[in-house]
Design a protein around this ligand. Structure first.
Ligand code: SF4
Length: 321
């Protein structure tokens, strides 16, 4: 996860809930991708370190368990960059220029000057992030499949060039496709902290209430007595994710104008408090233990380095360095 700000509900339902589940039957590596953050934030990198620490507080508060998973910082495991360089020597530029997410990111981050050497090569660093742990699987959404395919292509090229006589170092990582709820921002645009349309995991109940009050509802429901169309309402989409047990009733009531949007939003706020209060309590507990998060990361760094160094020794042997 790139540490570029506070984590919000999109991170919770789009990644963290799945991360927590995966711990049950996988050896998971969860990384503060600070080199990736630097690629877009290089003009203003001061927040990267603090954001990384704060993100890990959220991971732990949501149930990522440092006893079961390796939680570490990318820049503390130098082998990522070392492997990225070697993979970069065999990755044709055309593969990177064709990468659909590269073009999308250029558009999405149009306010940042990211037409750089490093940014063009970020899928190579991502490949290294995966392959340095000889990972079998990567939890991705469908939109990230092209990236994973690029990693798999790089593996095949590496094997073709360097591993004719020996056993493959890198398995071709498989996608662990996970169906996650897709939430739009509070204003129905894409969730983005730059649009200010997100609810952060650490927002206070007062802030959550305030933000939910601003949410755009069914545009066709102008007056309280107008029947609503829940399927066209962003608040209803949030109800489906955070207040699922009540969506049947709310839909019926909305359609016959039995409930007003203010009450519907109030109910959503309360449902959200129920989900976020334990996370807030856990956050407070973690933050009260001075130095705990740094210790978790340092311990994860050690475990990650061990695996990464083992992989790099094999890689250097294969490429005869
Ligand atoms: Fe949306 Fe709820 Fe208002 Fe219906 S009552 S339009 S679901 S906010």
């Amino acid at each position: 996860m790139r540490p570029t700000g506070k984590l919000h509900l999109g991170h919770l339902v789009g990644a963290l809930e799945n991360w927590v589940k995966l711990q049950a039957d996988h050896d998971c590596f969860y990384m503060i991708a600070d080199w990736h953050a630097l690629m877009s934030e290089y003009k203003n990198p001061a927040r990267i370190r603090a954001d990384g620490l704060d993100n890990v507080v959220d991971w732990l508060a949501c149930g990522v368990d440092p006893e079961r998973s390796v939680i570490f910082r990318q820049s503390d495991v130098v082998e990522h960059v070392e492997l990225a360089f070697i993979l970069g020597t065999i990755t044709p530029i055309g593969w990177l220029e064709r990468c659909p997410t590269y073009k999308e990111q250029l558009k999405e981050l149009a306010d940042k000057d990211i037409k750089t050497y490093a940014f063009l090569g970020y899928p190579v660093l991502q490949a290294a992030d995966i392959l340095i742990y000889q990972a079998n699987a990567v939890p991705v959404g469908e939109d990230q499949l092209p990236h994973l395919e690029l990693t798999r292509e790089i593996v095949r090229r590496f094997n073709h060039l360097f591993e004719k006589k020996q056993q493959s170092i890198f398995p071709e990582p498989q996608a662990l496709l996970t169906k996650t709820a897709r939430l739009m921002g509070l204003d129905r645009r894409k969730m983005s902290k730059s649009y200010g349309n997100v609810i952060n995991l650490s927002d206070s109940p007062e802030d959550i209430t305030k933000k939910i009050k601003t949410m755009i509802t069914d545009p066709k429901r102008i007056k309280r007595n107008d029947p609503g169309h829940p399927e066209e309402c962003n608040v209803y989409k949030y109800q489906q994710v955070f207040n699922d047990g009540r969506t049947g009733v709310l839909s019926v009531e909305c359609k016959k104008a039995g409930i007003g949007c203010a009450d519907c939003k109030k109910e959503l706020s309360e449902a959200m408090f129920k989900i976020l209060s334990p996370i807030h309590a856990k956050r407070a507990e973690i933050l009260s233990k001075k130095g705990y998060v740094e210790e978790v990361i340092e311990s994860g760094n050690k475990k990650a380095r061990q695996v990464a160094q083992h992989t790099m020794a094999q890689v250097k042997k294969a490429v005869c360095v």
